[in-house]
Ligand binder design. Structure first.
Ligand code: FEO
Length: 404
């Protein structure tokens, strides 16, 4: 039978994921201008097995694909590798259509099933590293706590060497016709959005991500089927290496300068700092306005560039509120590989520099101790201090690079 809606991966193996171009912000926070794919897989045979499902807003399209691939057969099992609702909020609708289906999950998934969906029956609970046979398939499960939620796990097809990796190895961006790595130009189409996804969603759990990658390192993996982003059948090592690099917080030799300015004086200070960075020998500089660039992209850039310099005006004896929000987000990221700098301005009372310095100290970050604090617009002496801040960050980046 010709399958019009599902896409064949291999014999008796179908991609039935869906694209979401409707949602503006993933998790209600992170902009997804390129959308996102909720991947789902159907394995057919002695038993028909669904591996992860989709968000409720795309359930109609999903059910059509599932029905199409099942060709009138029943669904026997749903493996839930990760229960965050982008992969499970359509679950009760699926169960209504296929009431004989059993759920396969680990014990940490049980309270989520009860609390979100009031599901307590027809559940097979698997343990970490346990292998079970479903139909003619043998799957081994590996728990990956906090990558991305406490109950997260992956499952490994022992015979076909396929890793179903849930959020791990995922990225933002819909799958536009192509679903495999060898059909796309990953670097131009998906790299930036995969990095941003990792940093926004998984970044703070990088220690656990490294532990998960280590736990899976012994597996012979022929194909990676994640819950977002392309399927890796030609070169799984590419996404493995990228995720390892991101989890290790490897940076490029460049500098991100983020500023918050009300009337342009702090912006001009940022320009002077940028000139200093270039004079110091680093030409890769990005200057971002905190009031215009969404936090999601700024966080992604702080992870990307070795140098991060924060500049803020003062507001009501405190830091400029958008910069305060950024500091709050950065404090969750547990970033340890950057070289930090800061500068601030005020009109009649300070606040910004005090808060910036407090943040750098509290987070135990590697920062330049001299933090220029300027009243009004920078005079020539202060302009030189700002340039020197940029030069010093550049010098330390080059030194760190030499010592690698
Ligand atoms: Fe794609 Fe953590 O959900």
């Amino acid at each position: 039978m010709e399958h019009l809606l599902s896409q064949k991966i291999d014999d008796n193996f179908y991609y039935i994921g869906v694209n979401d171009r409707i949602t503006h912000k993933f998790e209600g926070m992170w902009p997804i201008p390129n959308g996102v794919a909720y991947n789902s897989y159907l394995v057919k045979g002695k038993a028909n097995i669904l591996i992860d499902s989709v968000k409720l807003n795309r359930i109609t399209v999903f059910l059509e694909r599932l029905y199409d691939a099942l060709e009138g057969e029943d669904l026997d099992y749903i493996i839930i590798d990760h229960i965050e609702p982008d992969h499970s909020s359509g679950l009760t609708t699926i169960m209504d259509n296929y009431p004989n289906t059993k759920i396969v999950c680990n014990k940490r998934t049980l309270p989520f099933l009860k609390n979100y969906y009031n599901i307590e029956d027809n559940i097979i609970v698997v343990k970490d590293k346990e292998t079970i046979t479903l139909g003619d398939k043998r799957y081994t499960f590996y728990t990956t706590p906090m990558v991305h939620w406490p109950e997260s796990m992956v499952c490994y097809d022992e015979d076909d060497k396929i890793l179903f990796s849930q959020d791990i190895f995922g990225g933002f961006g819909t799958l536009d016709g192509a679903i495999f790595d060898d059909q796309i130009d990953f670097d131009s189409q998906y790299l930036d959005e995969t990095r941003r996804y990792y940093i926004n969603i998984v970044g703070k759990y990088s220690k656990q991500a490294l532990a998960a990658l280590n736990k899976l390192s012994h597996l012979d993996i022929k194909m990676i089927c994640p819950d977002h982003g392309p399927i890796w059948r030609k070169d799984p090592s590419k996404i493995l290496n990228l995720y390892t690099s991101l989890a290790k917080q490897e940076t490029v030799d460049g500098v991100l300068i983020v500023y918050g300015s009300m009337y342009g004086n702090t912006e001009q200070m940022a320009e002077l700092v940028a000139q200093g960075v270039v004079e110091g020998g680093i030409g890769v500089v990005k200057v971002s306005d905190i009031t215009k660039v969404d936090m999601s992209y700024i966080l992604s850039d702080t992870w990307k560039y070795k140098g991060v310099i924060l500049g803020s005006c003062s507001y009501d004896n405190n830091i400029f509120p958008p910069m305060g929000y950024l500091l709050s987000d950065l404090s969750h990221q547990k970033m340890k590989n950057n070289i930090w700098g800061a500068f601030g301005s005020f009109s009649w009372s300070g606040g910004a520099v005090k808060r910036l310095k407090g943040f750098l100290e509290e987070e135990k970050l590697n920062y330049i101790e001299t933090i220029p604090e300027i009243q009004g617009a920078a005079n020539p002496k202060e302009a030189e201090e700002l340039k020197e801040l940029g030069r010093e960050v550049a010098r330390r980046i080059l030194k760190a690079s030499e010592e690698k």
